[in-house]
Write a protein that binds this ligand. Structure first.
Ligand code: SF4
Length: 211
């Protein structure tokens, strides 16, 4: 069964990489998490400062520890109080390199992200000179509509659960387009192409990663 999934994700991953490269992203396919970590480290200069976007996928590949061990300065707001996190989030989005996951990657070569605080989607658009997105092939969808659906049925409810927010999707398992003060879906971006001042590298991994 595992091989069936691996074969499937490799095919979809390579289609997505081709489409992303056509749109100007610097995309590559890697088979597993270890190769993803190696690819991320290769792209980042050893003297660069690095902002972490709060991605479960980045945590999964152990990138922060690996960067700190080789001497990179890393900014990460996770686990901090709201006031401290605000300050660190601002440092993250002006670091040399910003690391992010994606909520969906389309076979048309676009990135779709929903955000609560906006730091992640801000950095994808402007701030750091280089953004690296790592996404498991489970995030690949056909098009923008399928990406938005994936966010409502999977990414956002699971992230709300991970962050222990008081939102209805934690009860129902799907988006209820809530008015909760703890809502995590406040802005959605479709990145069609890299922005003027931002190189965007995308690493598609042939494994299920994140939500
Ligand atoms: S809008 Fe509200 S209910 Fe829908 S996924 Fe986001 S947090 Fe959950």
């Amino acid at each position: 069964m595992e091989t069936v999934f691996e074969n499937h994700w490799e095919k979809l991953g390579k289609y997505a990489v081709e489409a992303l490269n056509k749109n100007g992203f610097k995309a590559q396919y890697v088979p597993d998490k270890a190769a993803a970590l190696a690819a991320v480290l290769k792209i980042i200069d050893k003297k660069a400062t690095v902002g972490m976007g709060g991605s479960h996928t980045m945590d999964d590949i152990g990138v922060q520890k690996a960067l700190q061990e080789r001497g990179n300065m890393v900014f990460n707001h996770q686990g901090l109080s709201k006031e401290k996190a605000f300050k660190v989030r601002r440092q993250e989005i002006t670091a040399d390199v910003f690391l992010s996951g994606a909520n969906a990657v389309t076979l048309e070569g676009e990135l779709i992200n929903v955000d609560g605080s906006g730091n992640r989607v801000a950095a994808l658009a402007f701030g750091p000179g280089k953004v690296i997105v790592v996404a498991g092939a489970n995030k690949i969808v056909k098009n923008e509509a399928a990406g938005r659906e994936r966010i409502k049925m999977m990414a956002a409810p699971l992230n709300a659960d991970r962050l222990q927010r008081k939102t209805p999707c934690r009860v129902t398992g799907m988006c209820m387009d809530c008015h909760s003060p703890e809502r995590i879906c406040n802005v959605t971006t479709i990145t069609h192409r890299p922005l003027t001042y931002t190189d965007i590298h995308v690493i598609i991994v042939g494994e299920a990663m994140g939500y």
